[in-house]
Design a protein. Structure first.
Length: 226
């Protein structure tokens, strides 16, 4: 890379499945994984030995002119996303699989909820006192869920506010919470509402993709006690 860019700012992370191609015509020449990643270098473990000399000869014979070997590394989205989804679904169908989730995910069984409202003690209710009627109703649905609850709302209706209040309430109840999202920015948006919370937060992710306020919560950024 040049001096103004960093490989850590890209879309490929340590441990990702990748495909290796050679420009302009040798596509998916090898498959492997990222075993080391620094701002300037990337090291891969691939499924077979790659000979630069053999590749150069192959390009020259195909294009009838000498070309320098230029590798291209692409994230293997099929392996990392669809492959994982397919494996998780297959796990549900095994003899010792999770029959409860099988009913919910595959058979589309409706989620169950308690019929009576969840009564919050004053020490817990204070975390959701600022919610409007619709937001409070959504939070009640979550608190009474047996399996899962989905909150649907247009942009600006306060879904992030409800999630933050939900996390504060659950933590005050002595529970632990795993907050995940498809993007780093979505996690950081909610985390920004929790930075002053009394409980501890462990933020996982590439430090270069995490908003500055949340970087202090990344384990690797915390000072080592001696």
């Amino acid at each position: 890379t040049n001096g103004s860019s960093s490989l850590l700012n890209g879309h490929i992370n340590l441990g990702d499945a990748v495909t290796v191609s050679v420009e302009p015509s040798l596509l998916a020449l090898a498959r492997g994984f990222v075993v080391k990643l620094t701002p300037t270098d990337i090291v891969l473990g691939v499924d077979h030995k790659i000979s630069v000399e053999a590749i150069s000869k192959r390009l020259s014979s195909t294009l009838s002119r000498a070309l320098s070997v230029v590798f291209r590394i692409d994230k293997d989205e099929l392996f990392g996303a669809m492959g994982r989804i397919q494996d998780n679904l297959a796990q549900l169908f095994y003899a010792d699989g999770d029959t409860r989730r099988l009913e919910l995910v595959v058979d589309l069984k409706a989620p169950a909820f308690d019929t009576s409202p969840f009564e919050l003690e004053p020490s817990l209710a204070k975390h959701s006192a600022h919610l409007n009627a619709n937001q409070a109703q959504a939070m009640q649905k979550v608190l009474t869920a047996h399996d899962y609850a989905l909150i649907l709302g247009m942009p600006g209706t306060g879904k992030t506010t409800v999630i933050a209040a939900m996390i504060m309430t659950l933590m005050a109840m002595g529970k632990t919470v795993l907050l995940t999202s498809y993007t780093h920015s979505a996690v950081d948006t909610i985390l920004a509402k929790l930075l002053d919370a009394a409980f501890s937060i462990l933020r996982l992710g590439n430090i270069d993709k995490v908003d500055p306020p949340g970087r202090a919560k990344i384990h690797s950024c915390k000072p080592v006690r001696t």
